[in-house]
Write a protein that binds this ligand. Structure first.
Ligand SMILES: Cc1cc2nc3c(=O)[nH]c(=O)nc-3n(C[C@H](O)[C@H](O)[C@H](O)COP(=O)(O)OP(=O)(O)OC[C@H]3O[C@@H](n4cnc5c(N)ncnc54)[C@H](O)[C@@H]3O)c2cc1C
Length: 468
C-alpha cells in the first residue's frame, strides 16, 4: 500500500439527516455568559417565551467562570445595577470604588463573588421564566432566505432544532451571526496578531491582605490602585495594577520569562484574583493553537504565583487556589452592523438618537503586540441600537463583546457594563419587535428607549454623573 493511499481525505461529505424539533419559542438567546442572561431576563420580563442555550454548565461566562468578577466601570442603571444590588444585599459584592489611574479617577463597580453570581443569574432567569439549556452547543442558525428561523443545537441527545422568532447572539464570537452570513472583522482587521491577547485568571488564598494593602501604599511600583480605608473594605475593595519594575527584575534574576509587563490584583469575597498571564498572536478558532495557549497560561500561572510569593509582602504563604476553567479571550470577531462604533465615538462620547445605553466603562486595551496595558477613565459614551443589528441577516441581534465596534471602540465596549447593557437592550428590542409584529431592524427605537428608561437605564452621556 502506498503512503498516499493511507492519507486521510482533506474533506468528507456528511450524510444528510432529519433533525427533530426540540422546542418552539419567541426569543432564542445563544450563550449564557456575561451578556446572555441580561438579554434573556429582559425579554422574558416583557412576557416573551425565552430559551437561553449555554455550552457550559453554569451562567456568567467570563464574569463567573472566567473569574473576571469586576465590571470595569460603574453600573449606571437598569438590570445590571439591579443584579449588582441583589448581589450586594446577599454579601456577594461590596461597594463601588474610585480607582486611581493615570488619567485621574475611574469609578469601578465592586467585584462580585462569582459562585454567588452564578446562582443569582440562574435564579433570576428561572423567576422570569427563561428556559435554560446547559451543556448544549448552538452549532448553526437555520435560515429561510436571509431570515433566521431558529438554531440547531447539539447535546448528548444529538442534533435538534429550536424554532424562534428572534435570535440574540451573545456567544461573544458572533458564532451565529457569522454562520448566518453577516459580515465581520477580526480584531483590528484580520489576523490573530491584531487582536487583544488572551489571558487566564487564577485565585490565591492565604494572602495577608492587610500587609499587602499597607505595603502597596508605600510603593510607586503600583501606580493604578484602589486601597480601602478600612480592613473590612479589603474583602471586595482592593485593586492594584502595576508591579512592572519588580516583575522585570524578578524575571532577570530567575531567568523565567513571563509575557506581560504588569499584573492586576483584586479582591472578591476576601479572595485574591490574579490577572497576570498573557499570550499574544493566538488564533482562538484553531483548537490546536487554543490548547497551546492554555498550556502557556498554566506555565505563566506557576511563574506569577512564585513571583508574588517571593517578591510581594502579604503573599509569603499564599498558594494557588483556583484556575479559571476557561481561557479568557478578549477579542475575536466584531460584526459589521448598521453602524460601527468608532474609537472616536467612544472617546468623545458622540450623541446618538438611537442610543440604547450610556456606558461608563474604562478604556482597557491590552496591546495586541504585547506592550503595557492602557487603562483610562473617560467620560461616558453612547451605544447606538444599530450596533446590535448585523448587516444582511434578518431577525438576528448581536449583544456583548462582538457588537459592531471597531478595535479601538471595543477597548471600552468589551467591558462587562457595556456587555450587560447591550444584552438588556437586545432582549427588550426583541420583545418589542414581536409585540409589534415587525422585524428587529424596523423596531421603533423610541419604544425600546422608553422601556429602558422605565428600568432606570440612562441613554445619553450627560445623564451619567460622578464616574470619573
Ligand atoms: C482576561 C480578561 C480580563 C478581563 N477583565 C475585565 C475586567 O476587569 N472588567 C471588565 O469589565 N471586563 C473585563 N474583561 C472583558 C469582559 O470580561 C468580556 O468582554 C465580557 O465578559 C464578554 O461578555 P460576553 O457575554 O460577550 O462573553 P462571555 O462572557 O464569554 O459569554 C459568552 C457565552 O456564550 C457561550 N457560548 C459561546 N458560543 C456558544 C455556542 N456556540 N453555543 C452555546 N454557548 C456558547 C460561552 O460558553 C459563554 O458562556 C476581561 C476579559 C478577559 C478575557
Amino acid at each position: 500500500m502506498t503512503q498516499a493511499m493511507n492519507q486521510a481525505p482533506k474533506t468528507i461529505t456528511e450524510p444528510a439527516r432529519e433533525t427533530p424539533l426540540l422546542m418552539e419559542t419567541d426569543v432564542i438567546v445563544v450563550g449564557g455568559g456575561t451578556t446572555g442572561p441580561f438579554a434573556a431576563i429582559s425579554a422574558a420580563r416583557q412576557g416573551k417565551r425565552v430559551v437561553m442555550i449555554e455550552r457550559f454548565g453554569s451562567l456568567g461566562g467570563n464574569l463567573t467562570l472566567g473569574l473576571n468578577t469586576k465590571p470595569s466601570g460603574a453600573l449606571v442603571g437598569g438590570l445590571p445595577l439591579e443584579v449588582w444590588n441583589l448581589a450586594r444585599s446577599a454579601g456577594g459584592a461590596g461597594d463601588d470604588y474610585m480607582a486611581v489611574v493615570k488619567t485621574g479617577g475611574v469609578k469601578i463597580a465592586s467585584p462580585c463573588d462569582p459562585e454567588l453570581m452564578k446562582m443569582l443569574l440562574t435564579r433570576l432567569c428561572a423567576e422570569a421564566g427563561v428556559q435554560i439549556l446547559f451543556e448544549t452547543v448552538v452549532s448553526t442558525p437555520v435560515l429561510e432566505g436571509d431570515t433566521v428561523k431558529g438554531v440547531i443545537v447539539e447535546s448528548k441527545t444529538g442534533r435538534q432544532f429550536i424554532a424562534g422568532q428572534v435570535v440574540i447572539d451573545c456567544s461573544a464570537d458572533a458564532d451565529i451571526a457569522t454562520r448566518a452570513g453577516a459580515p465581520f472583522v477580526m480584531g483590528a482587521g484580520g489576523e490573530a496578531r491584531t487582536m487583544q491577547p488572551v489571558s487566564m485568571y487564577f485565585t490565591m488564598d492565604r494572602v495577608d491582605l492587610v500587609r499587602l494593602a499597607e505595603w502597596a501604599k508605600t510603593t510607586d511600583d503600583v501606580p493604578a490602585r484602589a486601597i480601602p480605608a478600612t480592613p473590612e473594605g479589603l474583602d471586595y475593595g482592593l485593586w492594584l495594577t502595576g508591579f512592572n519594575q519588580s516583575l522585570r527584575s524578578w524575571q532577570e534574576k530567575t531567568g523565567i520569562q513571563l509575557q506581560r509587563d504588569n499584573i492586576t490584583l483584586k479582591t472578591a469575597d476576601g479572595r485574591m484574583y490574579v490577572n497576570g498571564t498573557r499570550v499574544t498572536d493566538v488564533d482562538v478558532f484553531d483548537p490546536v493553537q487554543f490548547t497551546a495557549a492554555v498550556l502557556e497560561c498554566y506555565r505563566q500561572i506557576e511563574g506569577v504565583a512564585r513571583y508574588l510569593r517571593e517578591m510581594i509582602p502579604g503573599f509569603e504563604n499564599a498558594r494557588i487556589e483556583a484556575i479559571a476553567p476557561v481561557l479568557g479571550v478578549r477579542e475575536t470577531r466584531h460584526i459589521i452592523g448598521e453602524y460601527t462604533l468608532s474609537g472616536k465615538d467612544s472617546v468623545e462620547g458622540t450623541h446618538f438618537d438611537d442610543s440604547i445605553a450610556a456606558d461608563a466603562s474604562a478604556l482597557d486595551i491590552h496591546d495586541p503586540k504585547g506592550a503595557d496595558v492602557d487603562f483610562q477613565g473617560l467620560r461616558p459614551y453612547e451605544i447606538p441600537y444599530r450596533t446590535l443589528l448585523p448587516m444582511g441577516v434578518e431577525q438576528l441581534l448581536v449583544a456583548g463583546r462582538c457588537i459592531s465596534a471597531d478595535h479601538a471602540a471595543h477597548a471600552r465596549s468589551r467591558n462587562m457594563p457595556a456587555c450587560m447593557a447591550t444584552g438588556q437592550a437586545a432582549g427588550i428590542a426583541a420583545a418589542v419587535a414581536i409585540d409589534r409584529g415587525v422585524n428587529v431592524r424596523q423596531v421603533p427605537v423610541d419604544v425600546v428607549q422608553q422601556k429602558l428608561r422605565e428600568l432606570g437605564m440612562p441613554l445619553h452621556g450627560e445623564e451619567v454623573k460622578g464616574t470619573m
